[in-house]
Design a protein around this ligand. Structure first.
Ligand SMILES: C[S@@+](CC[C@H](N)C(=O)[O-])C[C@H]1O[C@@H](n2cnc3c(N)ncnc32)[C@H](O)[C@@H]1O
Length: 281
């Protein structure tokens, strides 16, 4: 499956982006995650501001989607920087360049349509003295280069990196399952882990090129506590979906062969798996 071509959150309808089944209406969990990690994000941007005092602050949000969270993180980051600037008595505000990245199928149009009102709101909230904010949409996979070398000061990504670049290549069928399950052959579990390693290390390699010296990165993604890759904490949701799909196969609604080759390109690593890739980079 070509994830790059098919994966996208449901877009919105109209300027508000609030169609019934749009991601905008189903992103409350992700919003909670952003709120939970806010102290970490604020701490990182504070350290960045004081250590680099940039004239142009370049921020990238990777896997931005299209919904209320898309501009929320960025607006919070800009507010923090503006408060720090005022507190430190700097009259000169940085100019902000914001790159919003997602896969090409993302509903960038809805984001672009919401920008004029967002910018107006930001100007009102920040008042005079805050620097202008320029937005750019960047369609493409974050498992490859997206920006020129040494251009980014701050990289943020929330609830996106658990998606793999592709379905892992398997030497055995994962029959009856669509993800790593207790009954999956060990080779399937190894294939998933290998795909995570290849993808995550590529992500880190690319960002290492793109970040300026002293740049910061806050990445939030789904993981698991257990070292067992098929533990219930990460796989249960997919096991439930597999039960439904298997039932549809038994009723002849889905061809068995299609089910045999359908697997989800998703991986929730353990802390030690993440640490190991970070240390290699
Ligand atoms: C669950 S949404 C999270 C969106 C937003 N960050 C939030 O917190 O609400 C995951 C997003 O990651 C994007 N995504 C997945 N794989 C990607 C990739 N390889 N490159 C860029 N974006 C990707 C998806 O298209 C989707 O919009």
């Amino acid at each position: 499956m070509e994830v790059m071509k098919v994966l996208h959150m449901n877009g919105g309808r109209g300027v508000t982006g609030m169609g019934d089944s749009s991601y905008a209406n189903y992103s409350l969990v992700q919003q909670k995650v952003i709120t939970m990690t806010k102290p970490i994000t604020e701490n990182a941007i504070t350290q960045l501001y004081y250590s680099t005092l940039p004239k142009n602050l370049v921020i990238a949000d990777l896997g931005c989607s299209s919904g209320p969270n898309t501009l929320f993180v960025v607006s919070e980051l800009i507010k923090v920087v503006d408060q720090l600037r005022r507190k430190s008595g700097h009259d000169q505000s940085p100019e902000y360049q914001v790159f919003l990245n997602d896969l090409p199928g993302n509903d960038f149009n809805t984001i672009f349509k919401s920008l004029p009102s967002f910018q107006k709101k930001m100007r009102n909230q920040l008042g005079a003295g805050a620097g202008p904010c320029f937005f750019t949409g960047v369609p493409g996979s974050f498992y490859g280069r997206l920006f020129p070398s040494k251009t980014l000061h701050f990289v943020h990504s929330s609830y996106s990196l658990q998606w793999l670049s592709k379905v892992p290549e398997m030497v055995e069928s994962n029959k009856g399952n669509i993800y790593m399950a207790q009954t999956s052959p060990p080779s399937v579990l190894r294939a998933y882990h290998a795909q995570f390693q290849a993808d995550f290390s590529m992500f880190l390699e690319c960002r290492a090129e793109e970040l300026v010296l002293g740049g910061r990165m806050v990445l939030t993604f789904l993981g698991r506590r257990s070292e067992d890759p098929s533990s219930k904490e990460c796989c249960y949701i997919w096991e439930l979906l597999a039960i439904v799909l298997n039932e549809m196969v038994s009723k002849g609604l889905i061809e068995e062969e299609k089910m045999d080759f359908f697997n989800i390109p998703h991986y929730t690593p353990s802390p030690s798996e993440v640490k190991s890739e970070v240390q290699k980079e």
